[in-house]
Design a binder for this molecule. Sequence first.
Ligand code: 5GP
Ligand code: SF4
Ligand code: MG
Length: 449
Amino acid sequence: CGVFGVYAPGEDVARLTGYGLQALQHRGQESAGIAVGDGEHLSCYKNVGLVTQVFDDAVMDALVGNLAVGHVRYSTSGAAASREAAQPHLSSIDEVEIALVHNGTLLNTEALRTSLEQEGAVFASGTDTEAATYIIAEATRRTGSVREGIRHAMGVLEGAYAMILATPEALYAFRDPHGIRPLCIGRLPQGGWVVSSETCGLDIAGAAYVRDVEPAEVVRLGREGLDAESGPAAPHRASCIFEYVYFARPDSVIDGQSVYQARRVMGAILSQEAPVDADLVLGVPDSGTPAAVGYAEASGIPYAFGIVKNHYVGRTFIQPTQAMRERGITLKLNPLPSVIAGKRLVVIDDSIVRGTTSRQLVAMLYEAGAAEVHLRIVSPEVRWPCFYGIDTATRDQLLAAGCTTEEMRQWIGCDSLAFISPEGLHRAVGGARHQGWCEACFTGSYPIS
Ligand code: 5GP
Ligand code: SF4
Ligand code: MG
């Protein structure tokens, strides 16, 4: 998912949030929503669809306030696309009004929901975020302080969360103690504040990057400015390394490391780890393109634009059935025979999850006349599911979980296949301000059980 928030009295906070969400659209395409606070109350509009499908001028005009939070959803918990599961989630208990947006997945939702329902809570959706909203609102009412309410929730919620909470007067941004999903803060030239999953959201809002929210930190943004309070971080930080491989936009910078530069270096390192004699380097657009540029630069093999992508087709893995995913790939990717016919190709992609993309694409490349296809992947083998907010399928669907590299190569049908080493990937993200990574989908060693 993608989360975005803005505190900027006097500005059109709803439209600014709409632009921020469009910049984060790659993080979730199922539903979109915005809540605004006007100092007294919160109001919200959300629905299934892309940001531009959910919001029109009339809806935006009706969302007036000093601050806003927004969300684009990609379901990893609870029901698939529905209006009830869309965010922000609003809660009002007595005088306490809050709106919450969440990127990540909570692991103890079932236990929390059961005990809350016994206390009389009623939930509209099956999502973890709705339970978290209720917990924070109830603890805020009890303690009389939003910050205390959030602290209480951080004590009971387990899992991955980068959250932004809006009250009618202020925004609160906070991140789980492992710092799994990213979250950053920017400053508007007029003096307001922006919070975004990625820096590409700050760019579109015209905000200057200030810093990332630290693991376990709670940052309040309001009339008094920025007020941060750090909390008990986990002994070992575990930020998602897959953000650099695939999930984040290449023009974002996470914890000081440019995503584009990391991908480019991944390609360069892979060209040293798994060299091949070939005529052209191709990237699988869009997620494989920066790494292909790096592979070409480092190997001296020319980069070629040999696969065209239809940009009106979304991220294919989001499709619910395998048949739809396969159709999605032929709709989305089309090779250029005039470029590749008779050529020996090195084809760079970011990851192999189910293998659907690679198998279909390799067949399409041979059909278009490729002489050889050497597949190079800039992440290690994805062998384990992600439980922290990226839906990398269940274990039985992961191609690398049950196969050797040679078996994968045969099934995909390419001439050779190689993956970057875990050490190579670490070197590629070496510019980040910390080196505490979650890489459980590659190693099976989960930072939170
Ligand atoms: P595959 O077809 O092997 O399942 O997926 C290959 C490509 O789709 C990868 O290059 C990656 O860009 C993307 N992808 C596919 N499935 C998933 C998934 O479940 N989660 C994520 N994050 N990316 C995926
Ligand atoms: Fe990221 Fe993989 Fe960890 Fe999930 S398991 S948070 S995708 S590194
Ligand atoms: Mg891809």
